[in-house]
Design a protein around this ligand. Structure first.
Ligand code: PBG
Length: 308
C-alpha cells in the first residue's frame, strides 16, 4: 500500500555524478575528507564514467585539477588542459549515451583559487572574468561537453556563454546554470578535492545563506539569459529554496548534494552512527521531494545500483 501511494520517485536517470580528473598523476588519489571519492587519472576516469553509465546514471559533471596554475587560469581554456582533454576522452568513450557536463569555472585553474580573475586591488573582476568564461565554455563545448555548468556566480555569465556558443555555431550545447549558489561551509571537502589554493572566502560573489528572495531573482536572470536548467546549491540546508525554485522555474531544476553533505553521512556511517544505505536514499528522496528534477551526488553510481 505504501508503494501504491508513494508520491516521490527516485530513479537512476535523475542522478548526475560529479567526477574529478587530475593532470599528471598515474594513480588515482584518494580525497581524505570524501572517503570513496578520488581524483582520477585519465584512465580511471573513463572506467568510472562507464560504470556510472552502465548503472543508468543520467549525467556526469566533470571537474579538472591542473598540474600548474596561473593568475588567469589559462589551463581552463587551453584545448590541451586537463578538463578539455578529459572531456574529449569521455565523449569518444560514451558518445551520446549520457549527458556529459563540464564545470565552467576558473577556481581550479587559478593560483589564487578564486572563481574569476582579480583586479589591481585583489578583488574579483566580474566583467574581465566573463570574457574568460566565454572562451572556456567554447573550448569545453568543442571538446565534447553536451552541457556547461557555469558555477562562478559572476553576473551575466549565462548570457555571455550562450552568446559565445551561438557565435561559434555550438547551438546544441546547453547550459545548466548554478543560479543560486550560497557561500557555504559545506564546500570544505571539495576544496581538498580540487587542491584549492583559496585563502579567504567567496562572499563577494556567492550568496548569503540567510537570503531567499535573491535566489529567485538569480534564477529569473539566468533563465532570461538563456539557461536550459537552473541549480540550487548546496541542497540539504536549502530545501526551502529548492521548493520555491521548483514552483517558480520555467526550466528544470537541479540540486547539488555537495561534498560536505557527503562527508557528514560518510563519517557518521563509518562510526556506525547511521545506517549508510538508508540515510543516503532518504537524503536523495528528500531532495527530490523538495522539487529537484535532477540531483548531482557523489553517490550516483552506487545509489543507481540500489535503485535498480
Ligand atoms: C566552484 C565549485 C565548487 C563546488 C562546485 N563548483 C566550490 C566552491 O564554490 O567553492 C562545490 C561542490 C561540492 O562541495 O561538492 N567551481
Amino acid at each position: 500500500m505504501r508503494r501504491l501511494v508513494s508520491e516521490t520517485t527516485l530513479r537512476p536517470r535523475q542522478l548526475i555524478l560529479p567526477l574529478f580528473v587530475a593532470e599528471g598523476i598515474d594513480q588515482p588519489r584518494p580525497i581524505a575528507s570524501m572517503p570513496g571519492v578520488v581524483q582520477h587519472t585519465r584512465d580511471t576516469l573513463r572506467k568510472a564514467a562507464v560504470d556510472a553509465v552502465r548503472a543508468g546514471v543520467g549525467g556526469l559533471m566533470l571537474f579538472g585539477i591542473p598540474a600548474t596554475r596561473d593568475a588567469v587560469g589559462s589551463g581552463a581554456i587551453d584545448e590541451n588542459g586537463i578538463l578539455n582533454v578529459a572531456l574529449r576522452d569521455l565523449r569518444s568513450e560514451l558518445g551520446d549515451d549520457t549527458v556529459l557536463m563540464a564545470d565552467t569555472c576558473l577556481d581550479e585553474f587559478t593560483d589564487h583559487g578564486h572563481c574569476g580573475v582579480l583586479d589591481a586591488d585583489g578583488n574579483v573582476d566580474n566583467d574581465a572574468t566573463l570574457k574568460l568564461y566565454a572562451e572556456m565554455g567554447v573550448a569545453q563545448a568543442q571538446a565534447g561537453a553536451h552541457m556547461l555548468g557555469p558555477s562562478g556566480m559572476m553576473d551575466g555569465q549565462v548570457g555571455v556563454i550562450r552568446q559565445a556558443l551561438d557565435d561559434a555555431g555550438l547551438t546544441n550545447t546547453g547550459i545548466l546554470a548554478y543560479s543560486a549558489k550560497y557561500a557555504s561551509a559545506f564546500y570544505g571537502p571539495f576544496r581538498e578535492a580540487v587542491d584549492s589554493q583559496l585563502k579567504g572566502d567567496r562572499k563577494t560573489y556567492q550568496q548569503d545563506p540567510g537570503n531567499a528572495r535573491e535566489a529567485l531573482r538569480e534564477i529569473e536572470l539566468d533563465v532570461a539569459e538563456g539557461a536550459d536548467a537552473v541549480m540550487i546549491k548546496p541542497a540539504l540546508s536549502y530545501l526551502d529554496i529548492l521548493r520555491a525554485a521548483a514552483e517558480g522555474s520555467p526550466v528544470p531544476v537541479a540540486a547539488y548534494n555537495i561534498s560536505g553533505e557527503y562527508a557528514m553521512v560518510e563519517a557518521a556511517a563509518a562510526n556506525g552512527w547511521l545506517d549508510r544505505e538508508r540515510t543516503i536514499l532518504e537524503v536523495l528522496t528528500s531532495i527530490r521531494r523538495a522539487g529537484a528534477d535532477m540531483i548531482l551526488t557523489y553517490w550516483a553510481t552506487e545509489a543507481a545500483a540500489w535503485l535498480d
